[in-house]
Design a protein around this ligand. Structure first.
Ligand SMILES: O=CC(=O)O
Length: 358
């Protein structure tokens, strides 16, 4: 048997030393293609034959498109592991991978600090409505005229966290330092140790009583036609018990209608967990007073209603964009490749495939 083969989709920018440990044990293949059509043709030509594991970056979607059934069918059947560099893996159809025996890993934990940090920055900036002042200053109008309305202090306010995973819990700890009271909603309640004093409430209470709502839930996209809803609703998945319900548009017009008037929203998860058009309406009506966003429904496109609104603080998906965190994420994903090649297992298999963990 020859040396194992690893497919590199995207680039290694930081963890060169860690990556050299992969080239020590495997032949690394990089595609020549720069778009999906050519990538599929390249794969069908046999260029990736024998590859057992692939490392992919978020930006490699520009080369391959989404990892769906069509792409997987074009890849050699030898692929058993897909190691994604990123916490969110909504670019990957996990059901399609599962059906083809491809195990998928992501990089949880590594992203927690940086993402929670930017969430806190957006939270404070949106509470203080800094965007209006920043825009006025850049336009040469100092603070603007009339002055932007004064913002709000975080102290004593309720922060409602929707999705209390690693990032949500990290954010809760940081928000406590600003005197915020933490509530959360998840599909299921956490252990007291993980709650760390945060109060578990139903989604409706979270929406109705939070002063600030932070979205920290993953984007899970279910197939059209499959009945699956978010939160405490009957889940009628027919194909695979491994699939989670869809979180797309978890926050849409009916949820905005339940929110405390004047609520501030922060989204560092994925744009599509919130209906962006409904958010524009909720800002216009004043139901939402201000918002801090790192992610957008159709990145890099941004809804013009968000760009035009001075109460919207915008960052171009930079949540994990620090040298330290980029390094940690690459190292984490490379650990997964190394384990896949040398031991046939992953360090952080995605939760939907937990039952497949070796
Ligand atoms: O958005 C960043 C990530 O998914 O890691």
């Amino acid at each position: 048997m020859g040396r194992p083969k690893v497919l590199l989709l995207g680039k290694i920018d930081h963890a060169h030393v860690a990556w050299s440990t992969i080239s020590d044990i495997a032949d690394v293949i990089q595609p020549k293609a720069t778009n999906r059509e050519d990538f599929i043709a390249e794969s069908r030509s046999g260029a990736f034959d024998g590859v057992g594991a692939a490392y992919r970056t978020f930006d490699s979607v520009d080369i391959t498109g989404k990892v769906d059934g069509e792409l997987l069918d074009a890849l050699p059947a030898s692929i058993r592991f897909l190691c994604h560099n990123g916490a969110g893996y909504d670019q990957i159809d996990i059901a399609a991978c599962t059906a083809r025996g491809v195990r998928v890993s992501n990089t949880p934990t590594a992203v927690d600090d940086a993402t929670a940090d930017i969430a806190i920055w957006l939270l404070l900036g949106a509470l203080r409505n800094l965007s209006a002042g920043i825009n006025a200053l850049r336009a040469g109008n100092w603070r603007g005229s009339p002055l932007p309305a004064p913002g709000h202090d975080p102290q004593g306010k309720i922060l409602g966290i929707l999705g209390m995973g690693g990032i949500g819990r990290n954010m809760a700890a940081k928000a406590r330092a600003f005197g915020m009271r933490i509530r959360y909603h998840n599909r299921s309640r956490l252990s007291p140790a993980l709650e760390d004093g945060a109060e578990y409430v139903g989604l409706e209470t979270l929406l109705a009583e939070s002063d600030v709502l932070s979205l920290n839930l993953p984007l899970n996209v279910s197939k059209p036609g499959r009945v699956c809803r978010f939160h405490d609703r009957p889940l009628r998945l027919t194909e695979s018990a491994l699939l989670q319900p869809s979180t797309r548009h978890s926050i849409a017009a009916p949820q905005f209608a339940l929110m405390k008037p004047g609520i501030v929203i922060v989204n560092t998860a994925r744009g599509a967990v919130m209906d962006e058009a409904a958010l524009v309406d909720a800002l216009a009506s004043g139901r939402v007073s201000s918002v801090g966003l790192d992610v957008y429904e159709k990145e890099p496109e941004i809804h013009p209603g968000l760009l035009a609104n001075p109460n919207v603080l915008l960052v171009p998906h930079l949540g994990t964009w620090t040298q330290e965190t980029q390094q940690k994420m690459e190292e984490w994903a490379i650990d997964n490749v190394r384990l896949a090649v040398s031991e046939g297992r992953l360090k952080s298999i995605v939760p939907e495939q937990e039952a497949l963990a070796a």
